[in-house]
Design a protein around this ligand. Structure first.
Ligand SMILES: C[S@@+](CC[C@H](N)C(=O)[O-])C[C@H]1O[C@@H](n2cnc3c(N)ncnc32)[C@H](O)[C@@H]1O
Length: 225
C-alpha cells in the first residue's frame, strides 16, 4: 500500500527547518574575517602562479540565510580592489531549502546591520523606502552575483561541490552533531580543500579540529598539512 502522494518530501523539509537553528549574523565572530583578509588570502595568493589572475573559491558550508556568505563576498571584494587583484567566487550551502530561498532573496531586517561597518552598509546595501524610515535592507546586485547558493546536507556521503576549495567556513553547525559525526564531516570536507587550504570552525567548535591532521593557526582556523 502506498501512502505517500508526494507530500512526504514537503513534510521532511518542514521538519528539517524546525529542527535546525539558523541563528547567524553579518560579521559573526569577526576575528575570522580579519584573519581571512590579513593572513589567509595573502598566504593563498603567495602560492599561486604570478602570470595568471588567481581565482579563489570560498565555501560557506552551513550558510543559513546567507549573512556569512555575503560577508565573505564584501570582505573579499574590497580586498581584491586594493590589490593584488584576484578573482573569487563564494558558494553558500545549507540543508534547509527555506534558508536557501531566503539567502538568494538577500533581504534582511535593518536590525541586522549593527555589525556591518557604516561604509559597507552604504556601498553594499539598499534600504527600503518606508514612511517611518527603512525597515529592510537588500544586498546590492554587485555582491549578490558573486555568491551562489544551493541546498546540501553535510552528512551526505557524496557532496556535489568542487574539490579545489581554498577556504571552507564550517561555523556553528558541528555543535548540532554527535562527536563521531563531527569528525566524519570534518574529515570529509577536508577532502574538498586544496593542499594548504583552510578550514574555519566556530569559536565554540574549535577543539573539534584538534588531532585531525591540521595545523592550527588561529581560534577555530586550521590549515591542511
Ligand atoms: C547556527 S546556523 C550557522 C550559520 C553560520 N554558519 C554562522 O556561523 O553564522 C547553522 C546552520 O546549519 C544548518 N545545518 C544543520 N544541519 C545541517 C546539515 N546536516 N547539512 C547542512 N547544513 C546544516 C542549519 O540549517 C543552519 O542554517
Amino acid at each position: 500500500m502506498v501512502f505517500d502522494q508526494g507530500g512526504l518530501k514537503d513534510e521532511i523539509e518542514v521538519l528539517i527547518h524546525l529542527a535546525t537553528t539558523n541563528k547567524t549574523d553579518f560579521f559573526r565572530e569577526p576575528v575570522h574575517f580579519n584573519l581571512l583578509e590579513k593572513k589567509l588570502v595573502p598566504q593563498i595568493l603567495s602560492q599561486r602562479a604570478r602570470n595568471i589572475t588567481p581565482r579563489l573559491k570560498i565555501w560557506s558550508a552551513a550558510a543559513s540565510n546567507g549573512a556569512e556568505a555575503y560577508t565573505l563576498a564584501m570582505v573579499l571584494k574590497d580586498l581584491a580592489s586594493v590589490g593584488p587583484y584576484f578573482d573569487f567566487s563564494v558558494l553558500g550551502t545549507d540543508i534547509s531549502s527555506e534558508m536557501i530561498i531566503e539567502a538568494r532573496r538577500a533581504i534582511y531586517p535593518i536590525g541586522m546591520m549593527g555589525p556591518v561597518p557604516q561604509d559597507l552598509q552604504r556601498r553594499y546595501f539598499m534600504q527600503s523606502r518606508d514612511k517611518n524610515g527603512p525597515s529592510l535592507v537588500r544586498v546590492v546586485p554587485e555582491i549578490r552575483q558573486i555568491v551562489r547558493f544551493k541546498q546540501l546536507n553535510l552528512i551526505s556521503k557524496s557532496l556535489s561541490v568542487d574539490q579545489d576549495i581554498d577556504v571552507i567556513f564550517l561555523r556553528n553547525v558541528l555543535i548540532y552533531f554527535d562527536p563521531p559525526t563531527q569528525k566524519l564531516v570534518v574529515q570529509r570536507l577536508a577532502k574538498y580543500l586544496r593542499p594548504s587550504g583552510y578550514l574555519v570552525l566556530g569559536h565554540t567548535e574549535a577543539v573539534i579540529g584538534n588531532d585531525m591532521g591540521f595545523d592550527q593557526i588561529g581560534t577555530g582556523v586550521f590549515c591542511v598539512k
